[in-house]
Design a protein around this ligand. Sequence first.
Ligand code: NDP
Length: 246
Amino acid sequence: NGMFTGKVAFVTGGSRGIGEAIVRRLAEEGAAVAFTYASAQEKADRLAKDIEAGGGRALALRADGADGEAVKRAVAEAAAKLGRVNILVNNAGLLDVKPYDAFTLDEFDRMVAVNVRAVFAAVQAAAPEMGEGDRIITIGSVNADASGFAGMSLYSMTKAAVAGMTRGLARDLSPRGITVNNVQPGPVDTDMNPAEGPFADFLRTLMAGGRYGKPAEIAAFVAYLASPEAGYITGASLDINGGFMI
Ligand code: NDP
């Protein structure tokens, strides 16, 4: 029996990277886990099969965060198939780095839709059915508080937005025993920000610890915040960054 046996988790963007590590960790601890993906159907199905082969319960659902209604439908499908959601992890995110004058307004709208609007949609779909001890966790970014370098205008904006949304939602939902928190990672080795990518050596110069984070390290922190022990943490934006840009 794990810490989350009998619980249902819903993770957005669970097919790769940090989201995949969160899906695996919550499933290892006994949760039945539904997760979304945008396009990587094969990877997502393989992950779900892998978890089921290990005796867990997993459900892969296609839902592009750009479509808030699709996100809401995915939450409803997860609840219908696995039971009402106890742990919502808003992880799916889009990173686009370029000078402010190179963005189109459609790109602005897409980044806001995936990184901010979809978070709100998932909360609207899941939280009404949630209760005492349930958890909402969003993956923000260190870039909410420090852009660090040029080209980050929209990404930093969306990650600051979810930090603010987290405080507001904590006011709405903490009275019902639901905690709402925002995890702000520094550089983590994923497809979005590979430890051997073109910016990696520059980023490493800004890290006190001199290394990238591992997706499993973020997942461990999320598992703690989702646990019964973390009931007095709410409305918080919490850094997990290896001393990046401190
Ligand atoms: P990846 O790009 O490695 O993985 C992104 C995941 O989100 C995939 O599962 C992808 O699905 C899914 N996804 C992407 N776009 C959408 C969309 N429009 N709708 C639904 N799902 C989508 O990213 P990371 O794991 O690196 O990042 C996860 C989160 O962590 C993001 O919110 C990111 O901003 C944040 N973060 C990452 C950091 C890093 O250094 N890596 C640092 C700080 C924060 P599919 O496989 O189908 O494409």
